[in-house]
Design a protein. Sequence first.
Length: 270
Amino acid sequence: MAGAFAGGLLAALLPCNCVLCSASGAALLCPGCRDQFFRLHPPRCPICANPLPPQPASPSASGRAAPHAARESAAASAPPAAQPPLASLVPCARCQSERPAFDATIVAADYALPVDRLVLQLKFAGQLALARLFADLLAKAVKDNEATRPALLCPVPLGMQRLAERGYNQSLEIARPLGRQLGIALHAGLAVRVRETRAQSSTPHGARHANIAHAFAIPERALVEGRHIGLVDDVMSSGQTLQELAATLKRHGAARVTNYVFARTPPNTN
Ligand SMILES: [Zn+2]
Ligand SMILES: [Zn+2]
């Protein structure tokens, strides 16, 4: 078992083996695994990216394979698994009753087996090559919808202590190649963390808001004012961290905030 795990880690380090199934190939992710684990079930809430209930108005919203005719009538630019244009979707009940500070969220995958293993390898095992793969998958998800692009990307910042312990900010590692692929400027210091917080993942759900409240500051308001800011993070679960950061950006005059998140925790496990 330990051998298999070590084998998995080793495979993840080799550029020509799939990080999930170790199959030899030309990319870090084989087409089979990409198809199986990175095919999100649309539609998603345009604001928080949680799955929406089936939308009767849309032929592709039932989750079943669309008939050939329906598929052919869909825009050729939209692959079958793509999220419908964000503007065409009604937000989920939760976002309608209490609108988040962010305006949109785009994700590349569900945070579930075996994708969660990759996230942990980037976050805790220093496998920085995975950040480029995450950026590739996220860029594809961004290109698959018609949302307006941010003017500037900002990774969710780590506190100084955690940054010193880990040696890198995984969100920045994803944001760099993502910005290059999308042609969006990156500003790593746009937001800073002004106090250390416990990891949200190890904080009880009811205490997450208090844990993250007032954790961020924006050193240069002029960079934010009137602009559309894209926040980049590896995982979104309760969404409290992105909510707090987006609220801070809005207080400093941001016109719009879009989250680009690699993996989204399914709502029943929030
Ligand atoms: Zn594979
Ligand atoms: Zn929502």
